[in-house]
Design a protein around this ligand. Structure first.
Ligand SMILES: Cc1ncc(COP(=O)(O)O)c(C=O)c1O
Length: 444
């Protein structure tokens, strides 16, 4: 590096007050690998103690969840109700991330010697977390990459059809648009209600759209605009009877829902663990069912793409930021310590309460189903006569609650989206409701 632009000590920490600088040092980067490990052990010990105390899934007043919430590092009493965009890492995950990068600083040899072996352990953990086999787990960088791997990797001919819903994220539509432009495949959009009334409404919509040229249904499992959880099990059953493959975009699924690939029956499933699982950004997961691996070409190739007999052939990307992967394994450990079924129940309890209270407010129109099978931790709605952006701004200014606007006015999907993860409490939901009531009362 040029001597002149080498960062000096002062430059590196410019803008940090002395207090912040001391905090930075104490926050982990200065801690040894061993002491970071001890910090994590104490977090897990406290969760075990909590689990023993609260054997039932819910403690009456949220004591269990208040205690779990302390393992996150929110600043200034921030109430995070938009982890659907990017979520926080709990302390053990952040510690492990730092620990793994610290190895690169102190002993880079281990980055290529020892860390890659740990990657296999993470693959095994991930597999058991989603009820798949390690040979079906592809460690990607995010959902978009997973969706591209599938769209790009399947052999489709001009005129072959892919069915998408009308509620897809750009990360789920553009891989197919690129393929359409390049190979002349056809994309057909199947409408989904806001919200749909039943499982059958969704499955029948797709069934009717299938023709002899249909090869793939590519659908959001977790619809980012409306919070719908698509009935993948029923869709896969119907699609497979007609020899159609199913690709699920479940960007929000891992860490929000207790996932079971065998029960869902999909062929491909792409997800982003930095939203609900508490992993770092930069690492994702793609599930490719064993029985369909021969139909999929790898998109990125270096040594191994033509010799691996399992999912590893889809991730031969050269040197990776393995610290992210190791931290992903820690995120799985953290959720396992609590229990993924318990997490799903809590997320749905909070969302159910939110929807019930919202639906009592005149002028609130829910975009999310009240059916717990067709919804999860994302709740979307609009309020007649109140701009969604004003709701977002007011909640932030008055309560330090972070939510976001979502959707599109032209398509009638515009509204506010709220994520209710385990660090949110019923009291926080009450604050949000109070804010909406205030805005409704004072609307012009
Ligand atoms: C449903 C859905 N699909 C895909 C994506 C893209 O995710 P990523 O940026 O992690 O690839 C998102 C992001 O929010 C999403 O909500």
């Amino acid at each position: 590096m040029d001597q002149k632009i080498q960062p000096t000590f002062e430059n590196r920490f410019k803008g940090l007050s002395r207090r912040d600088f001391v905090r930075y040092l104490l926050a982990g980067s200065a801690l040894s690998v061993a002491s970071l490990g001890k910090l994590n052990a104490s977090v897990y010990q406290s969760i075990t103690t909590l689990n023993q105390k609260y054997i039932e899934d819910e403690s009456p007043d949220g004591v269990y969840w208040d205690a779990i919430g302390k393992h996150f590092l929110f600043k200034d009493r921030l109430i995070m109700m938009n982890n659907g965009t990017v979520g926080p890492m709990p302390k053990p995950v952040f510690n492990t991330l730092i620990k793994s990068f610290r190895i690169q600083v102190t002993n880079p040899f281990d980055v290529y010697n020892f860390i890659p072996r740990k990657k296999q352990e993470v693959r095994t953990k991930l597999a058991s977390f989603i009820n798949a086999s390690p040979e079906e787990v592809v460690i990607t960088r995010n959902t978009t990459e997973g969706m591209n791997f599938v769209a790009n990797g399947l052999d489709l001919k001009e005129g072959d059809e892919v069915l998408l819903s009308t509620m897809e994220h750009p990360g789920g539509t553009h891989p197919w648009k690129l393929k359409a432009k390049r190979y002349g495949i056809k994309i057909k959009n199947v409408p989904i209600g806001l919200p749909p009334k039943s499982v059958d409404e969704i499955v029948d919509g797709f069934r009717k759209a299938i023709t002899s040229r249909t090869k793939v249904i590519s659908i959001s499992h977790t619809v980012y605009i409306s919070g719908l959880i698509s009935p993948l099990k029923e869709l896969s059953k119907m699609a497979h009877e007609k020899d159609v493959l199913v690709l699920a975009d479940s960007a929000h699924g891992i860490g929000m829902l207790s996932l079971d690939m065998k029960a869902l029956g999909v062929d491909f499933f792409a997800t982003s663990p930095y939203k609900w699982l508490g992993a770092s950004t930069g690492v994702g997961l793609l599930y490719v069912k064993k029985g369909v691996q021969d139909k999929l070409w790898p998109t990125i190739a270096t040594g191994g793409w033509d010799s691996y007999k399992d999912s590893r052939k889809f991730e031969t990307l050269g040197q990776r930021a393995d610290a992210l992967t190791i931290a992903l394994g820690e995120a799985v450990d953290f959720q396992n310590a609590i229990g993924k079924e318990r997490i799903e129940r809590r997320v749905k309890t909070l969302a159910g309460y939110l929807k019930r209270e919202l639906s009592k407010i005149p002028g609130v129109v829910l975009h999310t189903s009240q059916d717990a099978y067709l919804s999860g931790g994302l709740t979307a709605f609009h309020v007649e006569g109140v701009e969604s952006q004003n709701i977002v701004n007011y909640l932030r200014e008055k309560y330090n609650i972070v939510v976001r606007t979502i959707g599109n006015k032209r398509e009638g999907t515009h509204g506010v989206r709220v994520s209710t993860h385990i660090y949110v409490s019923l009291k926080h939901v009450d604050m949000l409701i109070e804010g909406i009531k205030h805005l409704v009362k004072h609307r012009s």
